[in-house]
Ligand binder design. Structure first.
Ligand code: ADP
Ligand code: ADP
Length: 228
């Protein structure tokens, strides 16, 4: 479903963040992206939801070359991709319910249907009982679960997470991983950049290791660790 061919990214300041990346990721894969800070992990995953475009090379999502998408076509791509960040990025003045409902692509859905759908994903992440809370009233792990609910409300085929457990304690991180496994078991592709050696080594998945803008290792049920 995701294919990159000879992808290079050079930022305006001259930094080469991606230096010839070739990769294929199939529907339903669960992939960790590891590597030292500055290796290009964030740039790599930003290519997949067109947050950045390649300076050279091609990125295909389900056969569509997304570098060439017109601005008005980008929302159609994003509808199929849920993104989760280390710092949650919730709307601070909105309730849990509103944070999730806000992300719903409303195409003449009636409010009863919206409500049912929002409560369903909140139940999936174990936060049905906190629908009326605002983010500041929640723990970090709970806030991340809201962000996950928001990311999956439109049933995306792909979920991308950039260090989703980076701000969480180990126990809370495992709760988040159980939710990702649950989402993945239903066929959604998960791509997760992480610095968590424990998670990568204990919950074995495909590991893509990056260094200096290149993929230096790509292993099925791989381990954490890189040369640098
Ligand atoms: P990682 O996620 O592995 O830390 P990044 O993709 O964030 O790697 O960064 C790769 C390199 O590109 C780093 O040297 C970083 O400073 C640089 N970089 C990232 N984003 C930008 C940007 N928007 N403008 C300029 N340089 C950037
Ligand atoms: P991480 O290490 O968690 O991947 P970074 O600290 O590398 O994140 O980057 C955080 C954000 O800042 C990213 O959106 C990245 O694109 C941007 N960024 C990183 N380095 C630079 C830079 N040198 N110039 C401008 N933006 C940058």
């Amino acid at each position: 479903m995701i294919e990159m061919k000879e992808v290079f990214k050079v930022y305006k300041n001259g930094v080469t963040a991606l230096n010839g990346v070739d990769v294929t990721i199939n529907q339903g894969d669960f992939v960790y992206v590891v590597g030292p800070s500055g290796a290009g992990k964030t740039s790599f995953i930003k290519m997949m939801y067109r947050e950045e475009v390649p300076s050279r090379g091609n990125v295909y999502i389900n056969g569509v070359e997304i570098g060439g998408l017109k601005k008005k076509e980008i929302p159609y791509l994003r509808r199929d991709v849920g993104v989760i960040f280390q710092d949650f990025k919730l709307l601070p003045r909105k309730s849990v319910y509103e944070n999730v409902a806000f992300a719903l692509e409303v195409i003449e859905e009636n409010s009863k249907k919206i409500r049912r759908q929002v409560m369903k994903v909140l139940e999936q992440v174990g936060l049905k009982h906190k629908a009326r809370f605002i983010p500041a009233q929640l723990s970090g792990g709970e806030q991340q679960r809201v962000a996950i609910a928001r990311a999956i409300i439109n049933n995306p085929k792909l979920v991308i997470a950039d260090e989703p457990t980076g701000n969480l304690d180990p126990e809370t991180s495992w709760e988040i991983m159980r939710i990702f496994e649950d989402i993945n078991s239903k066929g959604t592709t998960i791509i997760m950049a992480t610095h968590s050696q424990d998670i990568v080594n204990q919950l074995k998945k495909r590991v893509i290791a990056m260094e200096k803008g290149q993929i230096v290792r790509d292993e099925h049920r791989g381990e954490y660790g890189y040369e640098a």
